[in-house]
Design a protein around this ligand. Structure first.
Ligand code: NDP
Length: 249
């Protein structure tokens, strides 16, 4: 049976864990050749091994998306190796929660550099390829935090709100080139995301809140992405907001 993404090439950032890893597995299972990008080489190697064991094709690329030159090299490498780029999943991200007053401003810079600048660099590097192909699909991972602001989440809100705004502006700029843009806005997903929070108080609060609900699994978000990228060419799924059933806001 022909798989739905046979012949397609997908580039997924932040594929060494969580949502990115699950998305790489799901797209590969649908027949896409996947280029998986992150900083942790060992985790990428393990993922590539799993995809190969399932008869898929995967190429690991170690890079920091916050470095524009590295991103350009990634995109050139993937195009050289796999010949095209049909799907870009801008997933790499950090959620360094904490109050604005008294924050470690290095947390802010890291979030802006990865969640916004990283996403912009990959998009900027991939667009000429998609325009030449006259076809492409860019999936941007925002968050419920891109729709609802919360005390203790201000700068993460800034970055994810920015991703929603950027996605709509980009869609209007590239729809004539048959490039689709979708923004995915997950609520709480059980991943390593919260482990990187540097503010101990914010980390504790988030862990306590998470213990009170059943969060989503990374595969739930991967399924939403598979839905968006397997629609007929005429369909552009612009936005998917997806919360755990037990999450209030
Ligand atoms: P994880 O921490 O499991 O995954 C984050 C991924 O981003 C890792 O693969 C990490 O890889 C990668 N990454 C981080 N910094 C960089 C960098 N500078 N360059 C390249 N890759 C980088 O968390 P999630 O899977 O949860 O997060 C994925 C996305 O989903 C994020 O954008 C997050 O904001 C968003 N999201 C998550 C939610 C949740 O509740 N979990 C809810 C809503 C949105 P490495 O460290 O190897 O570089």
């Amino acid at each position: 049976m022909t798989k739905r993404l046979e012949g397609k090439v997908a580039l997924i950032t932040g594929a060494s864990s969580g949502i990115g890893e699950a998305t790489a597995l799901a797209l590969a299972a649908e027949g896409a050749q996947v280029a998986v990008v992150a900083r942790r080489a060992d985790r990428l190697q393990e993922l590539v091994k799993r995809i190969h064991e399932q008869d898929g094709t995967a190429v690991p690329v170690v890079a920091d998306v916050a470095d524009e030159k590295q991103v350009q090299n990634v995109v050139n490498h993937v195009k050289g190796k796999l010949g095209r780029i049909d799907i870009l999943v801008n997933n790499a991200g950090l959620m360094l929660l904490g109050m604005i007053d008294g924050a470690n401003t290095e947390d802010w810079r890291r979030m802006v550099d990865v969640n916004i600048m990283g996403l912009l660099y990959t998009t900027h590097s991939v667009l000429p390829i998609m325009k030449e192909q006259k076809n492409g699909h860019i999936i941007n991972i925002s968050s419920v935090a891109g729709r609802t602001a919360r005390a203790g989440s201000g700068v993460y809100n800034v970055t994810k709100w920015g991703v929603v705004a950027l996605s709509e502006a980009l869609r209007q700029e590239v729809y004539k080139d048959h490039i689709r843009v979708s923004v995915i806005e997950p609520g709480a997903v059980a991943t390593e995301l919260t482990e990187h929070i540097t503010d101990e108080e914010a980390k504790k609060k988030q862990a306590e809140w998470l213990q009170g609900i059943t969060p989503l699994e990374s595969e739930d978000i991967a399924n939403a992405i598979v839905y968006a990228v397997t629609q007929p060419e005429r369909v552009n799924v612009n936005e998917i907001l997806i919360r755990p059933t037990e999450q209030e806001r």
